[in-house]
Each structure stands twice: as C-alpha cells, then as structure tokens.
Design a binder for this molecule. Sequence first.
Ligand SMILES: Cc1ncc(COP(=O)(O)O)c(C=O)c1O
Length: 422
Amino acid sequence: MGNKIKKLIFKEEKRQRETLNLIASENYIPKNIRDVLSSRLSNKYSEGYPGKRYYAGNEYIDEIEKLARKNALELFGLKEAEWSVNVQPLSGTPANLAVYFALVPLNGKIMAQCLDCGGHLSHGSPLSITSKLWKWVHYTLDKKTQKLDYNAILSLAKKEKPKLIVAGVSAYSRIIDFKKIGKIAEKIGAYLMVDMSHIAGLVAGKVYPSPFPCADVVTTTTHKTLRGPRGAIIFANRKSQIAKRADINIVNLIDKAVFPGLQGGPHNQQTAAIALCLEEAKKPAFKKYAKQVVKNAKTLAEELRKKDFKIVSGGTDSHLFLIDLIFSGLEFGGKQAQERLEKGGIILNMNIIPFDEKKARDPSGIRIGTPAITSRGMKEKEMKTIAGWISEILKSPETDLPIVQRRIKKEVEKLCRAFPIL
Ligand SMILES: Cc1ncc(COP(=O)(O)O)c(C=O)c1O
C-alpha cells in the first residue's frame, strides 16, 4: 500500500476508534464483511444478471448474486413468487433513480416527503437531478405535532394525482404508517415506493413495521442500520395491482433501469458483502442489536429532553431524533453545535428541522442517531453519560468552552476504549 494512503487510513481508523459517532446514517461493519470487500471479486466484470451475463467466467459470481437475493427475501420474510430482488444498485440514490426511471415517464409527477421535513435529496430536492427529470409535489408535517398528517397527504394526493408516492425519510423519528400511505396510493392509483434506507435494520429486527405488505416497490441502502457495505437493494412486488392494471412488468422495467439504464457492471465484492450482511442480520444477535438501537435513541432523547433540549416531535420511535437548538434557547444553530461537539470528540451532523427558517448550511437543528454507538455495545447507562456531555458542550459559555471540550474529549476517548469498534 502507498505510504501516504496507509498513513491516512491509519489516521481515519484512529479517529473512528477514539470518537463517538452519532451520525444516524453511519455504522461500523464487522471484519468478515470488510474482508469480503477487499477480495478479488472486484477483478471481475459481470454486466447482466445471473445466467444472462455479457462476459464469460461468471459461474461463481452468479451463485453469489443469487445468494444475496435469497438472503434478502429470507431476511424480510418474503416469497420469491411475490417479490423480485435487485442487489446491483451502487448506492441508495441510484436505486431510487432506477425506480423513478422505470415507473414514471419523464416529467411525470411524483410525491414525496419534503427535505425540510425529513425527506432525502433523491426525493426531488431542487439540488438533485431527480427534480430536473420529474415534477415533484411534497407533503410536509403537521406544524404543531411535527408528525405526518395523513389527511393532508390524502388531500394533496387527490389534488395532484402523482404517478408514484415515496414514503421514507432521512430525518424523521416517528413510525411511518405504511398502511395509511398505501391506502392513499391505492385510492389515487399511484405506485407506493418505500425508501427504507434508514430503517432497514430496524425492520429486519422487527422493531419497526414492515413496509412490504403495502408497497409496490421497496428500496434500501445496506450501509445504515442494516450494518452492511455501501450499496442498495430494490425489491419489486410481482403482485402489484397497479402494475397489473396497466399491464406493466415492473420487475423487468426496474432490472433494465438498473442495467443497462443507469449502470454498467455490478461491483461483485459489494454484492458478496451484501449477501453476508443479510446473513448476519438474520441472526438473533442482530434482533437484539436493533432493539437496543431504539432503546438507546429513546433514552438519549429523553435524557436530553430532561436537560431542556427541545426534541422535534417530542421524542423518537426509531434510531434517530432531531434537536431544535433555537427553541432550546441556544444562540447558535446546527453548524456551530456540530463544530463545538466535534472538538469534544462527539461526531454528528447539523440538520434542517421542520419549517426551518434557517438555511441548510447553518440550520436550526442537529440530528442524533444511535446505530453506530450501539454497534460498539453501548447501552442506556452510556446514553445518560453522553447526554450529559452534549449538554455541557452546547451550554458552556465561550470562555470555558476549550477547557470543557478538552476534558470531555479525554473522557470520550476513555469510553471509546471500553467499547471498541467492530
Ligand atoms: C432515505 C434515504 N434514501 C436514500 C439515501 C441515499 O443513499 P446514498 O447516500 O447511498 O446514495 C439516503 C442516504 O442518506 C437516505 O437517507
């Protein structure tokens, strides 16, 4: 390995070991999965799908891809006769693009949760190419409860008649009622695509409702709560009523949209690592992990609430939550909060909050997630300690701040040594 790269990798690994990672979309993947990622599978070109490749020598790659699909079905309790699985999308954004590309004509209308209310860039943000290719309407949250308002979603859907509705979020802490959104989609004859990227591990662990009974398509990344390699999966419902009525084969359209529509050869080392992460997620230990992720998030949110921080929507049902810093009485926004905490060894991200009056570069909030620290083995006791540190750093007057940060950074390092990363 080149010396410079080796040194930088060493430094990054040290940073990961010695800091507390509260970024809701990150996790630590186990060594067996990291080993697969560095295997010689990445030497191989495999354009096409198992049994239908454009290159010779894919006998074993075919087996790997079939195994990944089988594991995906088993993990989420699905039947092959009802659901198809595509494990080739390189990541979450290309997976979502492939679904839109397959099911919605260019300039057709799509409805999704707006970015300011927890949606994702790939759900029609003006900064994403998705907004240039399709027309978007966005549903928001109830201003008072900061939760989804299904009557408002129904009214908007009836008025706008989108061809596809997206349910799924990056920064919304509450349970999404997939049944209700499914019924809305059914009423107006739209496809329901659930992007479960953030919650896939919680769904696998049965601590969050499954979207499969209600959706036509489900997309997910594999690197967040699912604790796998970077990558994504698209599940397409072979029994989709809306596809049947339109005489459309959604499986074919989605597979073609992924390859050759948007991508070339799949990353085989990634496919194998996905197969392995799905196998890991089937184990009882993963169910315990998922349960603890939610327990930890609830404890951390409650401890911060007791310290007078304003938690958006009042709490969490999942692995993450947002703090409204301005409403909490602080005189600075998310950017400064993120920087203050980083100097104390606590890593998280600034985040827009619902109906934020500030901009994304310095929004009013921060997002806090527990998937990574739970992978280290931390539990409720540690959440209480971490809540104390967050509060101290955020409330410290400027004059005392450097001393507070130095002291807490040392304490964070000590805690991190007691809970090593995977
Ligand atoms: C809900 C949701 N969908 C899609 C993505 C995109 O994933 P990627 O960064 O792999 O493109 C994310 C990433 O954070 C996400 O939160």
